[in-house]
Design a protein around this ligand. Structure first.
Ligand code: AHM
Ligand code: MG
Length: 332
């Protein structure tokens, strides 16, 4: 058994967020407070995920969500947990969830609400019942100051991804790992179940610039746009491997660490792609770029896109910079 050098510090996520924020003289501590709420919520969700077969939260709830997808019981538990934890923090103004048709207004911007939390409470729902990695994805925006109260919540919510002030995700896999960024690199933490705290395991993680793994649901090959088909044919002549879990957050996490590219293009069934811009593509795009990677919708950089609707979908190609460039080169 090797022992760790005594000089390696143990840093909790709360400590790390607070120290990162101290680098910015204008920081108010608000983000620290929001992110600590998110980590609390994900620890609660994690405890349900780990006991799912015991506490009767496996299986379908029996309704469909706004996207026409069957809602799983754990989807609801995760959604309510985030709303209950963050909905009582006074700086939170608006919350937007994949599971809810409309935004939840906690405190209108005119009344002092400052931040918007957008989230996919449990990504990879179809994997819940079969014990495969799932996760929570989140994005944080600041409410705009140039908007009149009468315009409602939407203009605050529909900001470009480049305006995100924080983003991240938690994967509930063989261990529970959180990645977050506040625009100062991407940092990874592992949940230590014996003490219930996320502790730092990699600071400033960098996504490899290349990686010979592509991740796509190839069953839809016949309905992919021709440039995507051509790229996939090219990978087969160039020694690439394929991995696809079917939970975006898990496929992305592998891509972040090992390199490669994840694709969910337009298909006949989902002509605008399947993934949601505001709470799936945007936060992962911010993480990807902060780690040296890239994220596009095959035509435009994801973080430059402007949503017209809350639950807008987007095609997505995300991963190692050179691999994303290669996919895009087939579109020129
Ligand atoms: P969800 O957020 O309802 O779980 O749906 C999104 C999921 C992604 O996690 C995953 O990348 C994708 O759907 C898989 O879709 P498909 O089964 O079409 O490959
Ligand atoms: Mg999802």
């Amino acid at each position: 058994m090797t022992t760790e050098p005594l000089t390696r510090p143990i840093i909790t996520i709360a400590q790390h967020i607070a120290e990162t924020q101290r680098k910015f003289p204008q920081a108010t501590g608000d983000l620290t407070w929001i992110l600590s709420g998110i980590t609390l919520a994900t620890r609660i969700i994690e405890s349900y995920v780990r006991r799912a077969g015991i506490v009767n939260v496996l299986g379908e709830y029996g309704t469909e969500n706004v996207h026409g997808e069957i809602v799983q019981k754990l989807d609801l538990v995760a959604n309510e947990t985030i709303l209950r934890v963050l909905g009582y923090r006074e700086i939170v103004g608006i919350m937007v969830s994949e599971e809810d048709d409309d935004p939840t207004i906690v405190k209108s911007p005119g009344a002092g609400g400052k931040y918007i939390i957008l989230f996919d409470p449990l990504d990879g729902s179809s994997n819940i019942d079969v014990n495969v990695t799932i996760g929570t994805i989140f994005s944080v925006l600041r409410c705009r100051e140039d908007i009149d109260e009468s315009e409602g919540a939407l203009p605050h919510i529909l900001q470009r991804g480049s305006y995100q002030v924080a983003a991240g995700y938690v994967v509930y896999g063989s261990s529970t790992v959180m990645a977050y960024t506040t625009g100062d690199g991407v940092h990874l933490f592992t949940l230590d179940p014996s003490i219930g705290a996320f502790t730092l395991h990699t600071e400033n993680v960098r996504m490899p610039a290349q990686g010979k793994t592509y991740s796509v649901n190839e069953a839809y090959y016949d309905s992919f746009p021709a440039p995507v088909q051509n790229y996939l044919s090219w990978t087969k002549q160039n020694g690439y491997g394929q991995r696809y879990i079917g939970s975006l957050v898990a496929d992305f996490h592998r891509t972040l660490l090992k390199g490669g590219v994840f694709l969910y293009p337009a298909t006949d069934k989902n002509p605008s792609g399947k993934l949601r811009l505001l709470y799936e593509a945007n936060p992962l795009a911010m993480i990807a770029e902060q780690a040296g990677g890239a994220a596009w919708d095959f035509n435009e950089r994801i973080l430059d896109k402007r949503a017209d609707a809350l639950h807008e979908r987007t095609p997505l190609v995300i991963g190692s910079r050179e691999e994303v460039d290669r996919v895009l080169s087939f579109h020129k």
